[in-house]
Design a protein around this ligand. Structure first.
Ligand code: 16G
Ligand code: ZN
Length: 584
């Protein structure tokens, strides 16, 4: 392998990068797309090495820059079970990309850190010479950015250098690609590794729950949902989902006559539409206002339910305007609290709450009111970890059910093997019993008439509606809608779960953002030494008992981020500004 002299120089590192280092950060490599082709080429090599070191299982490559501007792009690798690239490999990625002698670095990696695996691979190749030769297996997909296809070509060239076999899925959302990787490596037990399989899994689970819901005229659940597609890949995928949801006949399941109607806007197909520009989940969350092109709704006086996806459809936030056009945001914290509240009730209902524990994982950006609600009202454990999905994901894996969401709307729910098997076993018993139902008793009534049966049934199908590999706006949307429908809750009711403290996010550009070091899940600064004391002083003098503020170097932009919250927006904004001046 190491001696394959094919390393091709087409995608040479440009001169201006010879003295620069870039790192595989929270979301992989991400920058202006014009600087990326040589990076993608090298990531093709790395993806092959990763596959070889995982017994030639499939490794994924997603080409996207998520919520960042259309001119940006990026690349992240996906590990065999559909989760993010293992941390030790982030360092290899950075080494390979920053090397000024690619051949040498590749050789050094293969002969040192990866030696054992490479030798095993070479041995297998020798043994299998006459039979089927195992090759590195890679799958890739990209979002709708104009630069994505050329970057895919660069990645492909890299994969070919190391004789990898590459499946190109074309246009997918990030969570869809994660799903494909998991399916491919688990013999399809997670689902079929194609787009039909993905939608089939989600919609089947959705209908299994939906068909149990009794809709009545007094219920406050809004069946219309207005979806901001961020002018990106999420818009294309919402179209498919919405068509399936509204046209699928409920097969043998009797329809309850009610349909979830999704209305898409910012679909990226109108003149002037630009990815993430004045729209999408990040814009709505950071600006705390609705996106452009909010549909004009005729029904005055009626509150409408909106949500926004981000550019690669792994984030979602909800919002509505009241009759005075005041804007209310239901962010990742509101999503995780409603999901966890409902799951806990189901666990109690299914008599499983002593066997299956539940935890909510947040970051420093979680609104103080949400943490207070989780700990003091729900009386559930709230864990706080540093920003970045991988940290939340790892923490959530420590529990039987880990619900994790970043305030920005990225999140999902993880079930441990133990939780999965308890639910599956009990559900199988339930199905067995249902085969012996007396004549005249409908399955649906039999389920509904008993709290334990009902809770177990819903738990099982709600869990199947979750994309457990990574946050997925489409799956999260369906789960939230099911929960709101089951609770007959309007978006305004949901918002009343607790009241957010006003908050503000700002950014400051300084010479070297990495002089700031944090600890305690980024909530406190350790360096520069005097910064935390001064920050504490500002918080103390802010005039608000609830005030809280922190600063952290961004993992994706060359800036320092500042966050503040307090009793009133005015005090919050003042505090945020003062902290910015402190950092500057
Ligand atoms: C990346 C992270 C996201 C995090 C954001 C913070 C992933 C897949 N994405 O987009 O979770 O919230 O970075 O960015 O991990 P920042 O470090 O620039 O504030
Ligand atoms: Zn995203």
């Amino acid at each position: 392998l190491v001696n394959s002299n094919k390393v091709n120089e087409k995608y040479q590192k440009p001169e201006e990068f010879l003295n620069k280092t870039i790192s595989y950060g929270t979301a992989g490599f991400r920058t202006k797309a014009v600087y990326l082709d040589w990076v993608m080429y090298r990531m093709g090599l790395l993806a092959c090495l990763r596959s070889i070191c995982q017994k030639c299982q499939y490794i994924g490559c997603m080409i996207t820059a998520s919520h960042n501007p259309e001119e940006d792009n990026g690349c992240k690798l996906v590990d065999p079970l559909g989760d993010m690239l293992e941390e030790s490999w982030e360092a290899y990625a950075s080494r390979l990309v920053n090397s000024n002698n690619l051949q040498e670095t590749l050789k050094s990696l293969c002969e040192n850190e990866l030696k054992e695996w490479i030798e095993e691979y070479d041995r297998e190749q020798e043994v299998n010479k006459l039979g089927r030769i195992q090759k590195p297996n890679i799958v890739a997909a990209y979002d709708t950015r104009p630069s994505s296809v050329a970057l895919f070509e660069a990645f492909k060239t890299g994969v070919e250098v190391l004789d990898g076999v590459l499946i190109n899925y074309g246009l997918l959302s990030t969570p869809q690609l994660h799903y494909m990787v998991r399916c491919l490596n688990t013999n399809n037990s997670y689902g079929e590794p194609n787009e039909d399989g993905y939608f089939n899994k989600l919609t089947t689970a959705f209908f299994n729950v939906w068909s149990m819901i009794e809709f009545n005229n007094n219920g406050k659940y809004e069946t219309d949902l207005y979806v901001d597609g961020a002018n990106g890949i999420g818009a294309d995928k919402i179209k498919i989902l919405s068509r399936l949801i509204s046209t699928v006949s409920f097969n043998d399941k009797p329809s309850n006559g009610t349909i979830l109607n999704m209305h898409l806007f910012n679909d990226g197909k109108q003149p002037g539409d630009k990815l993430n520009h004045l729209c999408g989940a990040d814009f709505v969350k950071v600006q705390q206002k609705p996106p452009n092109n909010l549909p004009e709704l005729k029904d005055e006086g009626k509150i409408s339910k909106f949500c926004s996806l981000d550019g690669d459809a792994d984030r979602i936030v909800y919002y509505y305007l009241d009759n005075e056009k005041k804007f209310y945001l239901l962010d990742g914290d509101k999503i995780s609290t409603i999901i966890a509240t409902h799951l806990r009730e189901l666990l109690v209902g299914a008599e499983l709450s002593d066997k299956i524990n539940l935890c909510i994982v947040q970051t420093a950006y979680a609104n103080g009111s949400s943490t207070n609600f989780i700990e003091n009202v729900m009386k559930v454990k709230a864990s706080c970890v540093p920003t970045g999905v991988k940290h939340l994901h790892h923490e959530a894996q420590k529990f039987d059910i880990g619900v994790y969401f970043e305030a920005n709307g990225h999140g999902t729910i993880l079930l441990s093997e133990k939780a999965e098997s308890i639910i599956e076993e009990r559900y199988a018993e339930l199905m067995k019993k249902s085969e012996q139902l007396d004549e005249g008793i409908e399955f649906k009534d039999w389920i509904k008439n008993d709290k334990v049966r009902y809770s177990l049934y819903i738990l099982k199908h709600l869990k199947d509606c979750i994309n457990q590999t990574v946050g997925d706006a489409l799956s999260d949307l369906l789960v939230v809608e099911l929960i709101l429908a089951m609770r007959q809750m309007s978006i305004a009711d949901w918002n009343l779960l607790y009241t957010d403290l006003p908050s503000r996010q700002l950014k400051v550009t300084i010479k070297d953002r990495n002089v700031i070091k944090t600890y305690d899940a980024e909530r406190r600064v350790s360096q520069p030494a005097e910064l935390q004391d001064k920050l504490d002083e500002l918080v103390k003098l802010s005039g608000s008992k609830m005030a809280r503020s922190f600063v952290r170097p961004s993992g994706t932009e060359d800036v320092v981020r500042v966050y503040a919250e307090a009793d009133t927006q005015e005090l919050t904004d003042k505090l945020a500004k003062q902290v910015c001046q402190l950092v500057y």
